[in-house]
Design a protein. Structure first.
Length: 563
């Protein structure tokens, strides 16, 4: 009787000479003789057994230990692969193993069970998996994608289509989203699994890869060499190039060089960074009454922290100690002016956005992590953002932001003043509409409604700190007005607070205006925005333009007054 699956089709058994396993590549410079130095404490506490088998002429180190896990066929497969009988005397609950192999001068690590936690992340080449993905995945057969929006840190999107789907159907925003994991079918991947037959390997990639690899010594080594050859000789698939537009930097040597360059720049008079409020601190930042900037034993109390405050504390440190001072320092947020009730605190390093260049390569520090921008992508990004500013006709002129004795009026005060004193403007700040009648979530469509029904979003910003959030907000509110129920509620809000003003029931915005006042006094230009703010601005403008909505980015001047 034929063994079938739930579809009635014959089951496909894995070839007997392969096994699903996870493969990591270690960073350059790590030798097979050093790998035991990088075992984590969790692994060492298991008192692992260490063997040094040879695999088809390649040196190897096998680390194995027992822990609570269901039994598997791992023992037999490892015996086939390494010739080592592991698990002698181990508890029957299960077994984990880490196999280090040096192939043509580069060390690879195959992990089984929970052994992926047995090696320090610092020595893993975390670009390995996605570098393979962009060279051998089939864009027409993608089954799983996980991505994040670095400019909106913490937001992670995932799409799972078990049967596979074309990439275009996965709804990936190729401008703002960073792919962190992708899985699918492959093109021309001659592994043990596929040789001599019609099978096409599936490949799951993140920092590592997960797929069927050979369990004979010759098959395993040949599969590893296949990956290395693909990385060395094959071009990136054009439909997957966007994955490498913005990538996190993981190489310890490169991170050390970037840190050193930024440390040097921190000693210069011209600020090499902007204040960037961490996304997870946005709510606390908007409600805090006072702040303390702390670093190197010094403490500055401020009603509004600035990039200059951070730079001042950094400059007090010796060369080579500035960045660490920010890393160990804190931004403290208080609910009161007397700093008696702390509501949040985090590393000062998370509060800056900085850019550093090495040759033609551009890197950006965001929330304590370095990212690399593809040179062509960055050039196109900067060109598009300059065009956005050039095309901002500024037909809508926003009045100056009042600064009285050095104290800035709040966004709320500005919006109310403009609505009360400037003809044609209606203040809608905090006049929200419900996203659903039966839900508590609410939408703020705009801060001001302009004379020609422009949706005006206003922001008081230190630099490019909260601008990414502002650009997304403008896009989201305009997109929601495409829904009839949202339009109806918005019309009701205008009717209620507009003092005779109304918008039609079929209202569609013709223009979105981002009105931005930089507290630093700098002129708002395309170059004022750091890369991640540029990314989100271009994304928002592109989406809005596709809906027939124009976008203006307008700088708001300052007006100094005395009480």
């Amino acid at each position: 009787m034929t063994n079938t699956n739930s579809t009635g089709l014959p089951r496909q058994r894995r070839p007997r000479d392969t096994r699903n396993m996870t493969l990591h590549r270690l960073i350059e410079g790590i030798s097979i003789d050093e790998v035991l130095d990088y075992l984590t404490k969790g692994c060492q506490d298991l008192n692992p057994a260490v063997d040094t088998p040879g695999l088809a002429g390649s040196r190897a180190v096998l680390v194995s230990a027992s822990y609570a896990m269901k039994p598997s066929d791992l023992v037999g497969d490892l015996l086939t692969l390494t010739g080592v009988q592991v698990g002698s005397g181990h508890r029957p609950e299960g077994l984990g193993a880490a196999l280090f192999v040096e192939v043509d001068g580069r060390v690879y690590l195959a992990t089984f069970g929970k052994a992926h936690t047995w090696i320090e992340d610092s020595v893993k080449d975390r670009s390995f998996g996605l570098s393979l993905a962009v060279r051998c995945l089939d864009p027409a057969e993608i089954s799983d994608v996980v991505r994040l929006v670095p400019a909106m840190n913490g937001r992670v999107d995932s799409t799972l289509v078990p049967g596979g789907s074309p990439l275009w159907n996965m709804r990936i925003d190729q401008v703002t989203q960073m792919v962190r994991k992708i899985k699918g079918g492959t093109i021309d991947l001659p592994l043990t699994f596929s040789r001599g037959g019609t099978r096409t390997p599936k490949l799951e990639t993140a920092s590592s890869i997960h797929t069927h690899l050979g369990i004979t010594p010759a098959g395993f080594i040949a599969d590893v060499r296949t990956f290395e050859n693909i990385l060395r000789t094959r071009d990136v698939h054009r439909d997957l190039q966007f994955i490498e537009n913005i990538v996190p930097v993981h190489c310890p040597t490169l991170i050390a060089e970037l840190d050193d360059r930024l440390d040097s720049l921190l000693g210069e008079i011209e600020l090499p960074f902007a204040l960037a409020v961490p996304i997870e601190r946005m709510n606390a930042y908007s409600t805090a009454s006072s702040f303390q900037v702390c670093a190197g034993g010094a403490r500055l109390s401020r009603l509004h922290p600035t990039a200059d405050d951070i730079a001042l504390l950094a400059r007090r440190q010796d060369r080579g100690k500035r960045l660490n001072a920010l890393r160990r320092g804190e931004m403290r947020l208080y609910a009161s002016y007397d700093t008696s009730d702390l509501i949040s605190h985090s590393s000062l390093l998370n509060w800056i956005e900085a850019s550093v260049s090495i040759g033609a390569e551009r890197f950006t520090l965001r929330e304590g992590e370095w990212y690399q921008f593809d040179a062509t992508y960055l050039s196109d990004l900067e060109r598009d953002v300059h065009r956005i500013f050039d095309n901002s006709a500024a037909a809508l002129v926003l009045p100056p932001w009042q600064v009285t004795d050095g104290d800035f009026e709040t966004e709320r005060q500005y919006n109310i003043r403009v609505g009360d004193t400037c003809p044609g403007f209606l203040t809608l700040d905090r006049r929200t509409v419900k996203s659903r009648p039966d839900r508590r979530s609410e939408l703020e469509i705009c801060d001001l409604l302009g004379p020609l029904d422009e949706l005006v979003h206003v922001k008081l910003a230190e630099g490019s700190d909260v601008l990414s959030h502002l650009f997304f907000q403008g896009l989201t509110s305009a997109e929601n007005l495409a829904r009839a129920d949202i339009r109806e509620r918005f019309c009701a809000v205008v009717d209620r607070y507009g003092k005779g003003r109304a918008v039609p029931s079929d209202f569609v915005p013709k223009k979105v205006v981002y009105g931005i006042m930089l507290k630093t006094g700098r002129t708002l230009t395309a170059d004022t925005l750091f890369p991640f703010a540029q990314v989100t601005l271009r994304h928002a403008v592109s989406k809005l333009n596709n809906r027939g909505i124009a976008v203006d980015v307008v700088g708001i001047p300052q007006e100094f007054r005395s009480s």
